[in-house]
Each structure stands twice: as C-alpha cells, then as structure tokens.
Design a protein around this ligand. Structure first.
Ligand code: FAD
Length: 472
C-alpha cells in the first residue's frame, strides 16, 4: 500500500521519469561504475529540479522507504544504489553556468567532472577536481576532491562557496558563507562530510585560472624503481606548488613511446603536471630527473581538459573494482620495498598502485574551517584492483587489502572517505577523528535527525545538540 502511494505521488511529479522494474530504461539506469554492485532499487527517480527531489524525498520518507542518492555513480562501494531502495537519480541534472567575471560556476548536483571542465575551459578557468572526467562532481566534492590542481589551489570541497540543498524533510535551503542564518554549519559539513546532510542540487564553485599544461610521464623498469622512488622522495617535499606529481605502479601498456621490452610488465610511471609560467617546468623537474635514468619520457603540452581526461579509458564503467587507500607519513625505504612487492604481486594487468605527494594548498586551509580531515597528510597511497571475471573477485580484493595492510606501520591519520570500499576500513569516526566526527554528528542531528541519508559513510546524528554544544 505504502509503495503504491509513493508511486502515485512521484508519478504525478516526474511522469515517465519514474522508472520501475518493468520500465525499459530501468536496467540501464540502476547500474553504477563498479560492476561488483549489481543491485535492484525499488524505483529510479530521474529528477530535473530541486522540486522533483523534494517531492521524491517527502514521499519516500512518508511511506518509510529507504533512499539513495546518485551523483555520477562512481563510488567504489556502490553507495548510489541499494536493493529495494528509492534511488534519487541526479544524472539528468548536469547544467553548468559560468560567471567568468566573478570566477564562479553554478553546477547542478548530477554533473560529471567533464561537464564542469567543458563549461569553464572556454573562459580559461577551472575548478580543481579529480583526475578522471567521468567521475561525479557530487560525491567527489562532498567527500573532498583530490586532483592535479590540489597542491596549487586545494581540494574541490575548498571551492564550494554555496550549495542548494534539499533536506530530509523536503525543505530546500541555501548553505552559504556570509551572514548568520545562511546555514554556515551545513556548508562546513558539506565540505568533506559526504552526502550525509541532504541532496545538493546545485553547487556554487570558485574557479581558478588555468592555461595549457606541461605534462611529463617517465617510465622505469621495476628493478630501477627503488632508486627512482628514492629520488622522488627527496624531491617531493620541496616541489613547488605549481608542480603536481603522481607515481603509479602498473603493467605498462602498448603505447608507442613505451620501450617494447617494458610493455605488458609491471613498471613505475612518474607523472608531473606544471601549472606555472611557461618554460619553468624543466628547471623545476631537474632534481627529479637527476636520479635514476628513466627508460623513456613522454613530454607534451596539453590543454587542462585533455589533462583531466588522461585517466578516462583505463577506468571503464562496469568492470569490477576493489580499491583501498591510506595516507602515509613518508615514502621510506620500507614503504618503497613494500610497494614494489605489491606491484610484483598484482593479480590483474588492469590493477594499479598510485601515490602522490599532497600538502601545498590542501594543508594551507585551516583544519577547523571545514569537515575535511587529515589536511596535513604528506602522501596518499591507493591500491586499485580492476578485473572483469567474477571468479577472480577474491584474489583481487585480497591483493588490494593486503597492499594497504602491509603498510600499516607507516599509515598516517585516517583514510580518505571517498576511497573507502568496505567495512574493514573501520568505523567512520576513525576517518574523521573523534572531535570532528562529533561535530559532524551535531550538524547531522540538526539537518537529518532521522538519518534518512544513510547510504554513505554514515555519520550518526547527535540529537541533544545543547548538551554537546559547549564542548566544541
Ligand atoms: P556516487 O556513487 O553517485 O555517490 C557517492 C556518494 O555521494 C553517495 O553516498 C551519494 O549518495 C553521494 N552523493 C553524490 N552526489 C550527491 C549530491 N549531489 N548530493 C548529495 N549526495 C550526493 N576522488 C578524488 O578525490 N580524486 C580523484 O582523482 C578521483 N578519481 C576517481 C576516479 C575513478 C575512476 C573513480 C571511480 C573514483 C575516483 N575518485 C576520486 C573517488 C570519487 O571521489 C568517489 O568515487 C565519489 O564518491 C564519486 O562521486 P559520484 O557522485 O560519482 O558518486
């Protein structure tokens, strides 16, 4: 009965954008990026406006139906879809409006990163975001948002100036910086606290100037990787903010610039992107290249949009993925040895280990000014398993788990909430730390006291706010 009332109310608002199991578009709409999560929602509600989202939410809550929110559907844990739940699907909400004079973009909550880049690039502007352009802006920005511009300008969440949010009770509010009454507490929580507080239907994002980017990738055989990584360690801490570097251990591809002898074998790739004055990069990179001699280097000048799409084809929709991640205090000899052992043990040629030096502008933002934790982490390290045959699930997940567990003595702080795949990562308070988690719980208690938004890395609402207020 409750379900039928829900269907009637939502159909009156969405019409044929309400997809049920017998709808022709249901099958294609329920899938998410990680093919491990084959789930069947009760309904997929394809929203176009905040008013649509509000009606779906109020109707679901009134009938006691669980809800999930889908941005880009890229979360490794498949948080956007759950069996039997109502999916609030934002994938039709991808409009971006740019105000170049104010250097602001207004982006709907279902945008992919490529939508944002396509709209801002003609103005020579960008919002710092992740490195694969088919990732959703919603989940990425609400959980943090590392990317090529992070050391120069900070995280995506640091660029959220305001947000239009549909709350659990259906109200539509604007959270913004500024005078009291603008839900500043909500804005604080949206900058790193994930999708716990409401459905963001529109982000207002600060933009930064960008132009063409100098990009270098050097490749080393695994037996030279230890020496190269020792050079990288010496270099990384002092690298200029205009330079962002990423290391990857993976099987070398068949590209022409890669020496034939390395193709199909595990190898080290060091990549660098230069955002400073033209011509400044070779000088900045010299100390790194003075170490172990790479087997080959690919150097090119590319547009920012091209840079953002470099990783697209290696992370296709629908393959099976298992990702675990940690922060590291340093790239010590022990870490390097362990990482190389993991690279040798990779189970699937599509899998990779990625690490990058962080800090810079990420760490310049005061720790208490946003919900995002662990701003001072020196390195992030990720072991991403990717394969296609379900029979290989166990060994690939185990490889990723073991890669991170074997570095446990070197872990630093919590984990990055957007790379958490399973419960073995511990509870959410460990991600944020006790004090920050409690503050998030208080904000959750104000905006979502019944925990309607629970398909995320869930923050438990603190309901007697007054009792805990003074302690913060
Ligand atoms: P979804 O699966 O749609 O949603 C994830 C969570 O966010 C869910 O809980 C959902 O309910 C919530 N959510 C999404 N949109 C909204 C919204 N508008 N309002 C409220 N809640 C919402 N992270 C980085 O920091 N840097 C990277 O470079 C990076 N690269 C990646 C590359 C790939 C190939 C993948 C798969 C992931 C990458 N990530 C990266 C991780 C990424 O940040 C997370 O997967 C993130 O959750 C993706 O957001 P989404 O909207 O696509 O996810």
């Amino acid at each position: 009965m409750g379900k039928n009332i829900f269907f009637a109310k939502v159909r009156a608002q969405l019409g044929d954008r309400l997809l049920l199991a017998d709808s022709s578009e249901y099958e294609s709409s329920r899938g998410v990026w990680n093919g491990m999560h084959d789930r069947r929602p009760l309904a997929v509600c394809r929203c176009l406006t905040a008013a649509d989202v509000s009606v779906v939410l109020q109707s679901a809550v009134a009938e006691g139906l669980p809800v999930t929110v889908r941005g880009g559907g890229h979360n490794v844990a498949g948080l956007a879809v759950a069996d039997g739940a109502v999916m609030i699907d934002l994938s039709l909400m991808r409009e971006v409006v740019v105000d170049p004079a104010a250097r602001l973009a207004s982006a709907q909550g279902g945008c992919l990163l490529r939508d944002l880049d396509a709209a801002t690039a003609p103005h020579g502007l960008a919002c710092p975001a992740g490195v694969v352009s088919h990732t959703g802006l919603g989940g990425l920005a609400l959980g943090g948002g590392y990317g090529w511009l992070a050391t120069k300008w900070g995280l995506t969440c640091d660029h959220i100036v305001a947000a239009e949010v549909v709350l659990a009770d259906g109200r539509v509010v604007e959270a913004a910086e500024g005078p009291p009454g603008q839900h500043e507490d909500l804005l604080w929580a949206l900058r790193g606290g994930g999708g716990n507080f409401g459905v963001v239907t529109r982000f207002t994002l600060r933009l930064r100037p960008v132009r063409d980017v100098g990009h270098w990738t050097s490749v080393y055989p695994l037996d030279a990787a230890g020496e190269a990584l020792a050079s990288y360690r010496a270099f990384a801490g002092g690298q200029p903010a205009d330079l962002h570097t990423v290391g990857t251990l993976k099987h070398a591809g068949e590209q022409e610039w890669i020496p034939a002898v390395l193709r199909g074998r595990p190898a080290l790739f060091l990549s660098a992107a230069w955002f400073g004055e033209q011509g400044g990069a070779p000088e900045a990179l010299a100390p790194l290249l003075a170490g172990a001699k790479p087997a080959a280097v690919l150097a090119r000048q590319i547009s920012y949009a091209q840079l953002q799409a470099l990783g697209d084809s290696s992370e296709p929709f629908g393959n099976r993925y298992f990702t675990k991640s940690c922060y590291l205090a340093e790239l010590s000899s022990g870490v390097i040895e362990t990482a190389l052992a993991s690279a040798r043990a990779i189970r699937s040629p599509r899998s990779s280990i990625d690490f990058e030096y962080l800090r810079g502008a990420i760490a310049d933002v005061p720790a208490e000014s946003s919900a995002f934790p662990c701003r001072d982490a020196p390195y992030i390290y990720t072991a991403s398993a990717q394969w296609t045959d379900p029979a290989d699930d166990g060994e690939n997940a185990e490889w990723s788990r073991h890669s991170i567990d074997s570095l446990r003595p070197h872990h630093y702080g919590g984990t990055y909430v957007n790379y958490v795949q399973d419960e073995a990562d511990g509870d959410v308070s460990g991600i944020y730390g006790t004090g920050r988690y409690r503050k998030l719980g208080i904000v959750k208690g104000r905006y979502d006291p019944k925990n309607v938004f629970c398909h995320n890395k869930n923050i438990q609402p603190v309901l007697n706010d007054a009792a805990t207020h003074g302690e913060d």
